[in-house]
Design a protein around this ligand. Structure first.
Ligand SMILES: Cc1ncc(COP(=O)(O)O)c(C=O)c1O
Length: 473
């Protein structure tokens, strides 16, 4: 039996049908506790604002609240779900580069912490706060950091090509003009570097810069009360040895990657692929999840004109509240996706692939980022040699795969077998999922750990995709 969160894969399939997405809430709680534990130990005035976009439902957010965390919300429905979960609006950060007027007004009226994405937004906030007769609590989101290749280009959100944030060069002007927005209380700064940041250096670079800007803010406004380091805390899709082996396989160009691709491997000076030179999102970090927060708090920053301990530098600023917005690292390893095998075939070029009964876009970001989610086939005795195959699902193009690198199954799957993908809790079946090929998106079930279940999303129905004319059944 292949155990998935305490039951066999077949039992889950029987209970909910396939394909199916499960989230194991006890793991979500564990991950949140690990982050708050690091804060308790190293920086008591720190707090977690779970990035709701990673996986959203009021029942999940109620557990986040019970664990003492707030939330980073970035849309009207995310904000509503967090409020419905009973979260204190003051524990919500409102992020986003296109906040609607009504959302800005609601945030100001309820005293959420608004992360201002642009100078233009400061004017909108000023108008909303004046209308509401309130003072808005605001952080300034920063962009334009030169940090080098810290993760996948498209998920690096703090650089010169970011669509988010106020360019660093404009901050002195903003601080000099704070009187222009008398209804705003600028409490500090925010930077979200991007997702899957696998080394502490970028965090420390950004933190040092925010501390120095905090000193400028303090000189202008009396205090810098909050710094928000965003999310991006990494998840280990592969252990250290697996990550090394993964890059070696890519470098060997032995058909490990679909279409003889090279993933993020870069050629060395001699033109050969170098397993040590990876560019883009990495699938392993020596500092996964809360270990990254620990490394940052125990690391050194460049601030106050010298290099010093991060906590010492924060203390010199008056010990501002430190917020983090982890998403992926809270829910990714709490998720699993189950689907049925349709076929096991070979391409014209002789490459083995398993086709699953699942819309490829149902798998969310794995398709876009090529994540090596941990796939397995449920049950059965092992073959003498693992069976290596790519995994395809339902979508039009040849490159639209559920796994673009070979998966080593313990046996050759056959039609009707169950496949299980682990580490699929974040940005998954309802993040980028679409109804391509009129394929229904799968249900998402939240498992509370005590036998209770919450349906976070139902399986799409035909009538939902194609609303029926009145009177027609
Ligand atoms: C502003 C902000 N904060 C936090 C996060 C969460 O990032 P991660 O899931 O990598 O922790 C995101 C993700 O896009 C974000 O945009």
């Amino acid at each position: 039996m292949t155990d998935v969160f305490g039951r066999s894969a077949e039992a889950w399939a029987g209970a909910h049908g396939l394909p199916l997405h499960l989230t194991w809430l006890p793991r979500v709680r564990e991950n949140l506790r690990a982050f708050s534990g690091v804060f308790r130990e190293l920086y008591p005035d720190g707090a977690v604002r779970y990035a709701v976009k990673a996986s959203c439902h009021p029942a999940l957010l109620a557990a986040v609240r019970e664990e003492g965390a707030g939330a980073d919300v970035a849309s009207p429905f995310e904000a509503r779900a967090a409020l419905e979960a009973g979260m204190d609006p003051r524990a919500l950060d409102l992020n986003g580069n296109c906040k609607e007027d009504a959302l800005i007004r609601e945030a100001v009226a309820r005293d959420m912490l608004v992360v201002a994405d642009s100078v233009e937004e400061l004017a909108l906030l000023q108008a909303a706060a004046t209308t509401e007769g309130r003072t808005a609590r605001v952080l300034l989101r920063l962009s334009g950091f030169e940090l080098g290749p810290v993760t996948g280009e498209d998920i690096f959100t703090a650089g010169p090509w970011s669509k988010f944030g106020i360019p660093l060069g404009e901050i002195p002007g903003v601080l000099a003009a704070l009187d222009t927005w008398p209804a705003l209380r600028v409490l500090g700064f925010h930077t979200h570097i991007g997702s899957q940041i696998t080394s502490p250096e970028p965090y420390l670079a950004v933190l040092g810069r925010m501390i120095d800007l905090g000193a400028d803010l303090r000189a202008r406004a009396g205090a810098c009360r909050i710094l928000n380091l965003g999310g991006g805390f990494p998840v280990n899709y592969l252990d250290a040895a697996g990550w090394e082996a993964y890059r070696r396989r890519l470098a060997a160009r032995d058909g490990f990657c679909w279409n003889d691709g090279t993933g993020g491997l870069q050629p060395g000076p001699d033109g050969r692929l170098d397993p040590g030179a990876w560019r883009g999102e990495a699938y392993h970090s020596p500092w996964p999840k809360e270990a990254m927060l620990r490394a940052v708090l125990q690391g050194e920053v460049r601030a106050w004109g010298r290099t010093l301990g991060a906590r010492q530098a924060l203390a010199a600023l008056g010990g501002p509240r430190l917020l983090v917005e982890p998403g992926r690292s809270i829910v990714e390893d709490a998720g699993a996706t189950l689907c049925r095998v349709a076929h096991v075939r070979r391409t014209a070029g002789g490459h083995a692939f398993v086709t699953a009964e699942m819309g490829v876009l149902g798998h969310g970001d794995a398709l876009l980022e090529g994540l090596p989610n941990r796939w397995s086939v449920a049950g059965g005795a092992a073959d003498p040699e693992p069976f290596e195959a790519f995994i395809a699902g339902n979508l039009c193009f040849s490159g639209d795969l559920l796994s673009r690198t070979l998966v080593a199954f313990h046996r050759r799957p056959v039609r009707g077998d169950l496949l299980v993908a682990r580490d699929t809790g974040a940005y998954t079946s309802h993040f980028i999922a679409s109804n391509a090929n009129a394929y229904p998106r799968m249900p998402r079930i939240l498992l509370h750990g005590d036998g209770r279940e919450t349906v976070m999303a139902e399986r799409d129905r035909y009538e939902g995709l194609f609303p029926q004319p009145q009177g027609k059944r």
